[in-house]
Design a protein around this ligand. Structure first.
Ligand code: PRP
Ligand code: URA
Length: 214
């Protein structure tokens, strides 16, 4: 699949994002820096992913005169990290949308089958009226993202954006084919999955690197 021609797939090529992803890839980058940089990348990606937010004009008085100027309006938002690693992107998005509500979807991949298992789902009401931004740094086989978005749709979610820092072609194709209505934002499209379904070259296990486990 030629992702550059696909509607709703956005592979971001901004040099600041690429530079910061390199910091995440480096195995000598420690937990504190990893966490900080993952949040910064989420914020930069959010700037792109939120460029279609609606605005309305309000009157403000500058020190010089009264004028009409835009503010964000329209639908409320929800940020929904896929646990655990998606949490590392949440603050970055909230720094742009401080009034957004936060939902959580708990998923882990079985180490043998690589299939996702869900253990938690709590979404803010009314979910059907919100722009929902799902975060997870890694889109590998795509199983976790597909299942998370299935849950959100079952609960009534309609307008959904998915943001990941690194994607494998296999996972991106699966997510886009299963949920073509979801806008997918990718920091970098990597080469492939290995036999353990890890992204190559990737950055390793995102959850472990953000939380310092393992
Ligand atoms: C990682 C990652 C994604 C998932 C991606 O989570 O954060 O949720 O794997 O893989 P997939 O596209 O093949 O489903 P993991 O299952 O390791 O859980 P964790 O965040 O709790 O460590
Ligand atoms: N989950 C991760 O954290 N990293 C990968 O490369 C694949 C799945």
């Amino acid at each position: 699949m030629d992702f550059s021609k696909e509607e709703n797939v956005y592979i971001l090529d901004h040099p600041l994002i690429q530079h910061k992803i390199t910091r995440l890839r480096d195995k000598s980058t420690g937990t504190a820096e990893f966490r900080k940089v993952a949040g910064e990348i989420a914020m930069l990606m959010g700037y792109e992913a939120l460029r279609d937010l609606e605005t309305e004009m309000i009157e403000v008085e500058t020190p010089i005169e009264k004028t009409m100027a835009p503010v964000i309006s329209g639908r409320k938002q929800a940020v929904v990290p896929i646990l655990r690693a998606g949490l590392g992107m949440t603050e970055g998005i909230l720094s742009l949308l401080p009034t957004a509500k936060v939902g959580h979807i708990g998923m882990y991949r079985d180490e043998e089958t690589h299939k996702p298992h869900s253990y938690y789902c709590k979404l803010p009401d009314p979910i059907n009226e919100r722009i929902i931004i799902v975060t997870d740094p890694m889109l590998a086989t795509g199983g976790s993202a597909v299942d998370a978005i299935n849950f959100i749709k079952e609960k009534g979610g309609k307008i959904i954006k998915f943001m990941c820092i690194i994607a494998a072609p296999e996972g991106l194709e699966r997510l886009h084919t299963t949920h073509p209505d979801v806008q997918i934002y990718v920091g970098h499209l990597d080469r492939e999955l290995n036999k353990n379904a890890y992204i190559c070259p990737g950055l390793g296990d995102a959850g472990d690197r953000i939380f310092g486990t393992k």
